[in-house]
Ligand binder design. Structure first.
Ligand SMILES: Cc1cc2nc3c(=O)[nH]c(=O)nc-3n(C[C@H](O)[C@H](O)[C@H](O)COP(=O)(O)O)c2cc1C
Length: 165
């Protein structure tokens, strides 16, 4: 049994996609939790805020959940050929303590998915680059869906299996 964390950048169709991954993992007996970054609603990262203890958010609970999970599935819609600010912002805040961030990410199995207006290939490429850069083990298969294409249940099934080490 593995502990999965589904991390969604938005609370609409990508949250629904997170639920599909979560349901599949639960049917296989895995533990799951969904984190919606838009609900956490972090202030925008700036250097000035990061140096002000009154303004810097407490991310210890999020970081603990990410550390404890055996695998992450990251879901995000494509925004202007990349990923949304909620995801970029959360990564910036979490990486402040760069060494512990790096050790949290290193070798973590990560699966990527999107529900976008179009095909979603650009957001998957952008997330693959980012998560590979921070040391995660991003699996080759990803789940692309959009206005004209539903998520393929077989892809979700194979990805969940591929993330269990
Ligand atoms: C600011 C913004 C930029 C967007 N840029 C793109 C884009 O570059 N490519 C694309 O396919 N869809 C784009 N979309 C559409 C979203 O990817 C699409 O509506 C997605 O399903 C929203 O996910 P959600 O329902 O989880 O919020 C954009 C939407 C917004 C709000």
């Amino acid at each position: 049994m593995a502990r999965f964390l589904m991390i969604t950048a938005t609370s609409g169709t990508n949250y629904e996609l997170a639920e599909m991954f979560s349901n599949n993992a639960q049917e296989k007996g895995h533990e799951t939790e969904i984190i919606d970054l838009s609900e956490i609603d972090l202030p925008m990262f700036t250097m000035a805020r990061s140096k002000d203890p009154e303004q810097a958010p407490d991310l210890s609970e999020l970081i603990q959940k990410m550390t404890d999970a055996d695998a992450w599935v990251v879901l995000a819609p494509e925004y202007n050929g990349s990923y949304p600010p909620t995801l970029n912002n959360a990564i910036a805040w979490m990486s402040l303590d760069w060494q512990s961030f790096r050790s949290m990410c290193t070798g973590k199995p990560v699966g990527l998915g999107t529900h976008s207006g179009g095909g979603g290939a650009h957001v998957i490429m952008a997330m693959r680059q980012q998560f590979s850069f921070i040391g995660a083990d991003v699996i080759g298969r990803s789940c692309l869906s959009g206005r004209n294409k539903d998520a393929n249940p077989e892809t979700i099934d194979a990805m969940i299996d591929g993330l269990v080490r």
